[in-house]
Structures are given as structure tokens and as C-alpha cells.
Design a binder for this molecule. Structure first.
Ligand code: SF4
Ligand code: SF4
Length: 364
């Protein structure tokens, strides 16, 4: 048995489910913040196994999905600059910006390269001293430390043709905005796993303290999610909301101090624009002035010649806020498919629409 199989044991899953069914009396909406959880919940059919009065809702947790069209248009503008090489993780390539996508820009001659890590992007910069290599930094606290490490490495090497367009976002501020808006009444939150490994479970204390909502951090295996729901149900039934962790093999209360230090060295908090939500103060990470030589926003005069717009008919903004599900969207499956995605939630591997597309049919 390998390490992950232990977290997929069906007898243990059955026990946890029996516990949940026995203890849970109160109807509850439980939102999973993470796109990674949405995928795990669908892959293992967990929604259907829980008592019907427990409703799992998908939240905003995919960094690609929450990137606003205007920010994607900035990426497209950069891709059009002569001599610029855009490097990015694969998910972003097919995501539609207002008028095109990196995929289409590449077909039209732009130099767009998919990388598996920022180290690859640094290599491309080293090998192409005559080009300006821009890494598109999209991600939450999970990926931002690796981008910070790449900037520190570039600075150590005095690499003058590498920069980052930082579109990073941090997660507690958006959680507060969603809870303050109260569009969906939540009784529980499944807190993000990888994000919490960096920022620490304590970062979510405001959820029970300020909003009285039960919460627990989860990993990405079926037993992790069931254990997390079990903890949340216990909190709801006891009326004692708090922060618990069903992912202690990766998450500590205080997070990862080395990664946090690296983040703080390279980035500072800034406002960020979230798809479907708008600008949220303090929810982004901009590159500190000490590292301005690696900040694509400062190095290039990025101008958008047309106003940004959302894809017509796409409900990604509402899906991200858990106000609508992909099945509420008239384009879902008919016009919008992974082969022909209309919005980012259908493109990203952590997107809700892609998860519904790939798994909901199997479950029905
Ligand atoms: S914690 Fe991991 S899975 Fe969840 S949203 Fe962040 S990157 Fe995605
Ligand atoms: S199905 Fe497609 S168009 Fe509809 S919300 Fe999802 S991504 Fe947008």
C-alpha cells in the first residue's frame, strides 16, 4: 500500500460517513474554498454520500478562475511586445482574456512558453539573453513563495532579462469579503489545504471568532475531506465553532516560517482585482521596490487599448462566489466545454465548471 492509498481506505471512509450521518442533525451549507477540494469531492463522489441536509458549495479557490479579465488583458498586451517571452504554468494558456487567449496569441506568432516551475523560466532567461522573459505569476500563498524564490535567485545572479507580472492573491481578505456580503449563508468552511500549509491554520481564526462559522483545514484525499466535514459537523452540533485541522501532516498552526519570510522579503500587500468580486484592498501581492528590476508592471508600460469585458453569458463571477453552480449557466456543456472554454472556470484544472463537466455526469 502506498502513502496516498492509506487516505483512500473505503472501510475508514465508511466509518467516517456513519459518524457524520449519526451526528449531523442541523442542515448546513459548507463551502470548500479550494478548487483542489472541489475536484477531490467530485472525483470520489463525496457530495452524494453525505446526508442530503449537508450541502457542499464550491468557493473561489482557483487562482486562475479568480483572475480578472483586465489582468488577463495585461498579459495579452505583454505577449504582444516584441522580444518578450511569456512563461506561465499550463492552465493559463487557454483561459480567454477579453479578446483573445495566450493560445491564440501563440498561434499568431507570440512567444509563449509553458513551464513546470519558475526554475524553467529562469533557464529560458539565461539561455535567451537577447529576449525579455516575463513569468506570469498567478497563484495564492501556495505558489507565491516559489515565485519569490525565483526573484531572489534572479537578483543573486543579476539576471537582467527576467521579470514577474505579479497577479498573486492572498486568501483571508476575500474570505472576509464573501462572508461580509452574506450572499450565501454558510454554516461551515473547508479551509484551503496548501494555502494553510504556508499561512498556518491560525490565519483562519477570524472565521469562528468574527462570523461564528465552523471551519477546518482539509487535505485532498477522500479521508481528509470526510474527516474535515466530520469536524465541522461536530462543531455545528455542539455550537462551538473553532479552527481545526484535518491535514496535520502538512499544516501547522503557525504555517511555514521560511516561506512566509521569503514572501515578506519580496512582496508587500496591495489591492487586487478578483473576477466577479472586484477590487479588494490588501488581497494582492506586489513586488517590493527593492526588487523593481524584476517587476514587469514597472519595466513595461502596459497599456490596454480596449476596455476589458467578461465573456458573454458566462457566470464564472457568480460561480466563484458560490451564488450559482455551473449547471445554472446556460452555456454549460452546450457551448462551453473543456475543448471550447468560454470562461476560466471551464479551463483550469481546479475550476468548478471543469469539475462539474468531468465528474457530475458520471455521478448522475
Ligand atoms: S490550496 Fe492548493 S488546491 Fe487549494 S486553491 Fe490553493 S493551490 Fe489550489
Ligand atoms: S460553464 Fe463556461 S460559460 Fe458557464 S460559468 Fe462555467 S466557464 Fe463560464
Amino acid at each position: 500500500m502506498n502513502f496516498t492509498q492509506g487516505f483512500r481506505d473505503s472501510a475508514l471512509a465508511q466509518k467516517l460517513l456513519e459518524n457524520i450521518r449519526r451526528k449531523s442533525k442541523t442542515p448546513a451549507n459548507i463551502m470548500e474554498f479550494c478548487g483542489g477540494h472541489t475536484v477531490a469531492i467530485f472525483r470520489y463522489g463525496l457530495r452524494e454520500l453525505l446526508p442530503p441536509h449537508l450541502k457542499l458549495l464550491s468557493g473561489p479557490g482557483c487562482p486562475v478562475c479568480v483572475t480578472a479579465s483586465a489582468d488577463l488583458d495585461k498579459v495579452m498586451a505583454l505577449a504582444a511586445v516584441p522580444g518578450v517571452v511569456i512563461t506561465t504554468f499550463g492552465d493559463l494558456i487557454k483561459v480567454p482574456a477579453s479578446y483573445s487567449s495566450l493560445d491564440r496569441a501563440r498561434a499568431a506568432g507570440a512567444d509563449v512558453r509553458t513551464v513546470y516551475s519558475t526554475l524553467d523560466a529562469l533557464d529560458i532567461a539565461r539561455q535567451n539573453p537577447d529576449k525579455k522573459v516575463v513569468f506570469v505569476g498567478i497563484g495564492f500563498e501556495t505558489t507565491a513563495p516559489t515565485i519569490a524564490a525565483a526573484i531572489l535567485q534572479a537578483a543573486a545572479e543579476k539576471l537582467s532579462n527576467f521579470s514577474v507580472l505579479s497577479l498573486h492573491k492572498v486568501t483571508p481578505p476575500v474570505t472576509k469579503v464573501l462572508l461580509d456580503a452574506g450572499e450565501v449563508k454558510l454554516q461551515g468552511i473547508i479551509c484551503p489545504g496548501h494555502v494553510s500549509a504556508i499561512i498556518g491554520a491560525d490565519a483562519w481564526e477570524f472565521i469562528p471568532e468574527r462570523y461564528g462559522i465552523a471551519c477546518a483545514v482539509s487535505g485532498f484525499e477522500p479521508l481528509d475531506v470526510l474527516q474535515c466535514v466530520n469536524l465541522i459537523v461536530e462543531q455545528i452540533e455542539a455550537g462551538t465553532p473553532k479552527v481545526e485541522t484535518a491535514y496535520s501532516r502538512a499544516v501547522k498552526a503557525e504555517g511555514n516560517p521560511i516561506a512566509l519570510k521569503m514572501l515578506d522579503t519580496v512582496f508587500e500587500p496591495s489591492a487586487a482585482n478578483w473576477r466577479g468580486i472586484g477590487e479588494i484592498p490588501g488581497s494582492g501581492l506586489k513586488i517590493r521596490s527593492e526588487y523593481a528590476a524584476y517587476d514587469a508592471d514597472k519595466l513595461f508600460d502596459i497599456k490596454l487599448d480596449k476596455p476589458s469585458r467578461e465573456p458573454a453569458g458566462c457566470l464564472c463571477g457568480e460561480v466563484i462566489r458560490a451564488v450559482k453552480t455551473p449547471e445554472d449557466c446556460k452555456l454549460f456543456r452546450k457551448v462551453c466545454t473543456p475543448e471550447n472554454p468560454v470562461g476560466p472556470c471551464m479551463v483550469s484544472s481546479e475550476g468548478s465548471c471543469a469539475a462539474y463537466y468531468h465528474f457530475a455526469e458520471v455521478i448522475d
